[in-house]
Write a protein that binds this ligand. Structure first.
Ligand SMILES: Nc1nc2c(c(=O)[nH]1)N[C@@H](CN(C=O)c1ccc(C(=O)N[C@@H](CCC(=O)O)C(=O)O)cc1)CN2
Length: 284
């Protein structure tokens, strides 16, 4: 079996075209969705992701404002800035690019952003809403993954979904979204015993562990759906996923590549959330 490749960049482009039309229609009603991104320090990867967010915002017509702070910015300064943005009625979405420098506590910052402007979907109020299946801003990468599965009409209900990795941004929420879709979800992590057995039993595998080529074709059940969330920069400078794509594609039924897989969907779902926030604020 050779897997069908799910190209996130293609789906992302189609969704962004639809969003552009939606934003045009909002603009005719005098509504301009606005996103403010805060970038602290000069992490090259973060800078590149933020550039991607600005480029995509501009494509769909979302106004984006980038605030850059030095790497020694204080938590107090950032909290004051967030407070100002929370009160600014022109701003529909606030995003603080992660990771943060050591002097700033990530969870303090996440909880300072008003849940109604938390287009990353990281605030505990929005996480709680996601958990209970209520309408909310869903975390962008997990939301992108579910959107990719649905784009191919891949059945989720009743399937064994195995999530490798348990980060707050990807692993935990993607498992919850799969559970909301009625999958039977297993989380695997560094302390999991018999991980191979869990992996072999998976119909849907989400790999978000941050280890280049961790998962090989021989590890997976024939016909499994493999979603690779890894972004690993290897010695030759190229980007590769957590899955050994070449071997896994011979066993899987569907597989996502890296790059051009999940990554572009993350930015697209951020735009979706920003537009949703603007519509909510203006009650349209
Ligand atoms: N506040 C947030 N910080 C971070 C998030 C997030 O969702 N919110 N996620 C990641 C980084 N990220 C978005 O911020 C992100 C990662 C990767 C991509 C992407 O398009 N990747 C491309 C490859 C890009 C390259 O060549 O380097 C791909 O996979 O094709 C977009 C966004 C951590 N921080």
């Amino acid at each position: 079996m050779t897997a069908e490749v799910i190209y996130g960049n293609v789906l992302a482009e189609n969704l962004r075209l639809e969003m552009r039309e939606e934003v045009d229609a909002l603009k005719e009603q005098g509504i301009i969705p606005k996103l403010t991104v805060i970038l602290i320090g000069d992490n090259p990867a973060s800078k590149s992701y933020v550039r991607g967010k600005q480029k995509a915002s501009s494509f769909v017509g979302v106004e984006s404002n980038l605030i850059e702070l030095p790497s020694d910015a204080t938590e107090k300064y950032l909290l004051e800035l967030i407070d100002t943005l929370n009160k600014d009625s022109q701003v529909h979405g606030i995003l603080v690019q992660l990771p943060l420098p050591a002097q700033i506590q990530e969870q303090v910052i996440i909880e300072a952003i008003h849940p109604d402007k938390d287009v990353d979907g990281f605030h505990p109020v929005n996480i709680g809403r996601m958990l209970t299946g209520k309408d909310t801003f869903l975390p962008c990468t997990p939301f992108g993954i579910i959107t990719m599965l649905k784009s191919k009409n891949i059945e989720i209900a009743g399937k064994n979904a195995v999530v490798i990795g348990r980060s707050n941004i990807v692993g935990k929420p993607v498992g919850q979204l799969l559970l909301n879709e009625n999958a039977t979800v297993t989380y695997c992590h560094s302390k999991t015993k018999n991980m191979e057995e869990h992996i072999k039993a998976a119909d849907i595998l989400i790999v978000a562990i941050g280890k280049a080529h961790f998962l090989k074709g021989e590890d997976i059940k024939p016909g499994a759906v493999v979603i690779d969330v890894g972004i690993n920069r290897i010695e030759d400078g190229s980007l590769t996923g957590d899955v050994d794509f070449e071997s896994a594609k011979e066993t899987a039924s569907y597989i996502t590549p890296v790059p051009k897989g999940v990554g572009p969907m993350t930015i697209t779902m951020l735009l979706h959330n920003t537009i949703k926030s603007a519509k909510r604020f203006h009650q349209v």
